[in-house]
Write a protein that binds this ligand. Structure first.
Ligand SMILES: [Zn+2]
Length: 372
């Protein structure tokens, strides 16, 4: 397959918010075929083994009920150009009308990129709510080994996203928790960057207001949602938190795409990744830690920081290097700070952030969380 990088949407200031159609309902998995059939009668399905296991049977039954031909291609590993080409080649060979991506961020990003490159519609069926990948018009491209390479800007958001609450409520709770921290970063990072914009446009203001609403909703509902998922129940709060993690986060990203990017939480996340002991942690857990470091960098009042720390603890984060199982010696902290400070996003903070400031923030959080 050729041209996977060329025909994608550019970074021109075209606003693309969230999925064209988004459908979220418990037990919708038995009706997937009915809605996919509106886009075409022949589909190519791609997903990882675990993701497929969680919905493959009802999906295939519903496709056959709607007289839709299907083929399947397994997904393994990263969203990398090799994997995108494997799916793209299969599309060119089998000529489906529609691509159906299943699973988490990497699988969905790969399916979205292959569908865009071959110009067929894409249906995303997320089986976890750890990221907003299901609804966004971007794919994050890694090397085959898992190192970040670039963002692929796709020409449009996915045509249809179908979410089944009961499927996501049965996935390990860690994914939902990770998605909550990544979603909350939209508020904490967005608020910091917003303060640097002299005359924010309508979309930027809308993105920040939506991020503020997301934060309020999370404070109200996230703990209950996690408790409910722990007993594999799809309560109303689970539905709401899934929508916040997937759709609302994607919408904020789209509205603020050209203006609200940056902050300290993600650079600190990237700093943690230089230590191999952080590799087992999910993206959102490292971002959650980064949000707390950002509060110290911003010199937020101590009682406010303590309140966020206890909220994050209640969500299941151990908000210290020790608690996360990451080395907390001077050399390790220096490495984290170095990597965080060379990050482009860190430069968008309202003030220059130095390595000394990050080191001090890390030590202060360590003291607060560990009581040392
Ligand atoms: Zn993130």
């Amino acid at each position: 397959m050729k041209n996977i990088f060329v025909p994608f949407g550019s970074t021109d200031r075209i606003i693309k918010t969230s999925a064209i159609q988004y459908f979220h309902q418990a037990e919708i998995k038995d009706e997937f075929g009915k809605y996919i059939g509106l886009l075409g009668k022949k589909v190519l399905i791609s997903g990882g083994t675990k993701a497929l296991r969680s919905i493959e049977n009802p999906l295939i039954t519903s496709l056959e009920k709607s007289e839709i031909d299907w083929e399947k291609i397994p997904f393994h590993g990263e969203c990398c150009s090799e994997n995108i080409s494997v799916i793209g080649d299969k599309i060119e060979e089998t000529k489906p009308d529609v691509m159906v991506g299943i699973g988490g961020g990497k699988s969905l990003d790969t399916a979205k990129a292959a569908a865009s490159a071959t110009q067929i519609p894409i249906v995303c069926i997320p089986t976890i709510a750890a990221t907003c990948a299901a609804v966004t018009p971007v794919s994050i491209l890694y090397s085959r080994e898992g190192a970040f390479k670039q963002i692929l800007y796709l020409p449009a958001s996915p045509n249809l996203v179908m979410v089944d609450t009961s499927v996501i409520a049965k996935a390990p709770k860690e994914y939902l928790v990770s998605g909550i921290f990544d979603a909350l970063a939209k508020w904490y990072e967005g608020r910091a960057i917003f303060s640097t914009i002299k005359e924010p446009d309508t979309f930027t203001i809308a993105a920040l207001k939506l991020a503020q609403l997301l934060n309020q909703q999370m404070e109200e509902k996230a703990i209950k949602a996690i408790e409910s998922v722990m007993v594999r129940k799809a309560a109303d709060q689970v539905r709401d938190v899934i929508d916040l993690n997937i759709y609302v986060t994607g919408m904020i990203q789209g509205l603020g795409f050209f203006t609200l990017r940056g902050g300290a939480a993600h650079p600190v996340h990237n700093g943690l990744t230089v230590l191999k002991e952080s590799h087992h942690l999910l993206h959102g857990d490292k971002v959650g830690y980064g949000i707390l470091i950002q509060q110290f960098l911003e010199n937020r009042p101590m009682n406010e920081i303590e309140r966020i720390v206890s909220f994050f603890r209640a969500l299941g984060l151990h908000p210290s290097l020790k608690g996360l199982g990451i080395p907390s010696n001077r050399k390790a902290i220096q490495k984290i700070a170095e990597k965080a400070c060379i990050d482009e996003d860190m430069r968008k903070m309202p003030f220059p952030v130095t390595e000394e400031m990050v080191i001090s923030a890390i030590n202060r959080l360590e003291e607060l969380a560990e009581g040392t």
